[in-house]
Design a protein around this ligand. Structure first.
Ligand code: NAP
Length: 276
C-alpha cells in the first residue's frame, strides 16, 4: 500500500474541475486523480496536462453510477488505504432556454448534483484520512434559491439539527412536487439547479456536523463553496472568471494547512465565509 497522499476531483475532464486538478498538480504533495465518467475524455484531459508538464493520474468515475463510485472507493482503499483530499465538483445544469419539461429537469439535475454527490460522500467520506480536506462545489445560486423558498423551508434548510435523511426527504419531495406541478404552492423556488445546490450546501453543513460528532480528533475540514461565475461549457463565454480563477476557492479549501481549525462546515465564495 502506498503512503503517498492522494487527491481526487470529480468531473474533472473539463471546466473548473480540470483547473482544480491543474492547480493541485502544482501544489498538492502527492498523487492527483483526474476523474471523468467517460474514460476517453478523461485520458485526453490527462494528456493535455502532460503537455503542460503536469502529471495527473486517471480513474473513471460517473457519480450517477453507484458501481462506478464503489470501484473508485475499492481502488483507493487498496492502493492508498484511503484518501486525503476529495473535491466534489461534478455537476450539470440545463441551459436557461432548454425546453425539457421542468419536472424532468428537476429529476435529472437533482440526480447528479445532489444524489450523485451524496453517494460519492457516502462511499468516500469514511475513507478520508485524518487532516483530510473535503470540498463540495455548490453555487451562490444555492443562497438565492434559499431566499426564494417559503419561510418554513428556509427554516429547515438553515436548521442546525436537520439530518441527512430529512434533507434527502426534502430533495425527493421537490422532485415529486414538480411532477405534480405543485412545487411553487409547496414553497419551492422555480429553479431545479438552485434547489440541487441548496441540497449540496446543506449536505455539507450536515456532514461537517457529523465529523464533529464522530471524528472530532481527526481534524478533517469539510466545506461547500461557490467558484464564482466561470467561463465553462456550463456558464458560457460571458462569465467573468477564467477556469483557473474559478478553481481558486476550491483549491484554497482543498489545501487548508494541517494546523488550520477552520473554516469547517461553511459556505464560501472568493475564499470568504458567507452567511447561510
Ligand atoms: P462543466 O464545464 O459543464 O463541467 C462539468 C464537469 O462535470 C464535466 O467534467 C462533466 O463531465 C462532469 N460531470 C457531469 N455529470 C457527471 C457525472 N454524472 N459523473 C461524473 N462527472 C460528471 O461545468 P463547470 O462550470 O466546470 O462546473 C463545475 C462545478 O461548478 C459544477 O458543480 C457547477 O455546478 C459548479 N458551478 C459552476 C459555475 C460556473 O459559473 N461555471 C458557477 C457556480 C457553480 P462530461 O464532460 O462527461 O459532461
Amino acid at each position: 500500500m502506498s503512503n503517498v497522499p492522494v487527491a481526487v476531483v470529480t468531473g474533472s475532464n473539463k471546466g473548473i474541475g480540470f483547473a482544480i486538478v491543474r492547480a493541485l498538480c502544482k501544489q498538492f504533495p502527492g498523487d492527483v486523480y483526474l476523474t471523468a465518467r467517460d474514460p476517453g475524455r478523461g485520458q485526453e484531459a490527462v494528456a493535455k496536462l502532460q503537455e503542460e508538464g503536469l502529471h495527473a493520474l486517471f480513474h473513471q468515475l460517473d457519480i450517477d453510477d453507484l458501481q462506478s463510485i464503489r470501484a473508485l472507493r475499492d481502488f483507493l482503499k487498496e492502493k492508498y488505504g484511503g484518501l486525503n483530499v476529495l473535491v466534489n465538483n461534478a455537476g450539470i445544469a440545463f441551459k436557461v432556454h432548454d425546453t425539457t419539461p421542468f419536472a424532468v429537469q428537476a429529476e435529472v439535475t437533482l440526480k447528479t448534483n445532489f444524489f450523485g454527490t451524496r453517494n460519492v460522500c457516502t462511499e468516500l467520506l469514511p475513507l478520508v484520512k485524518p487532516y483530510g480536506r473535503v470540498v463540495n462545489v455548490s453555487s451562490m445560486v444555492s443562497s438565492s434559491a434559499l431566499g426564494g423558498c417559503s419561510r418554513e423551508l428556509q427554516q429547515k434548510f438553515r436548521s442546525n439539527t436537520i439530518t441527512e435523511d430529512e434533507l434527502v426527504e426534502l430533495m425527493t419531495k421537490f422532485v415529486e412536487d414538480t411532477k405534480k406541478s405543485v412545487h411553487e404552492k409547496e414553497g419551492w423556488p422555480n429553479t431545479a439547479y438552485g434547489v440541487s445546490k441548496i441540497g449540496v450546501t446543506v449536505l455539507s453543513r450536515i456532514q461537517a456536523r457529523m465529523l464533529n460528532e464522530k471524528r472530532k480528533g481527526d481534524h478533517i475540514l469539510l466545506n461547500a463553496c461557490c467558484p464564482g461565475w466561470v467561463r465553462t461549457d456550463m456558464a458560457g463565454p460571458k462569465a467573468t472568471k477564467s477556469p483557473d480563477e474559478g478553481a481558486e476557492t476550491p483549491v484554497y479549501l482543498a489545501l487548508l494547512p494541517s494546523d488550520a481549525d477552520g473554516p469547517h462546515g461553511q459556505f464560501l465564495s472568493n475564499k470568504t465565509v458567507r452567511t447561510w
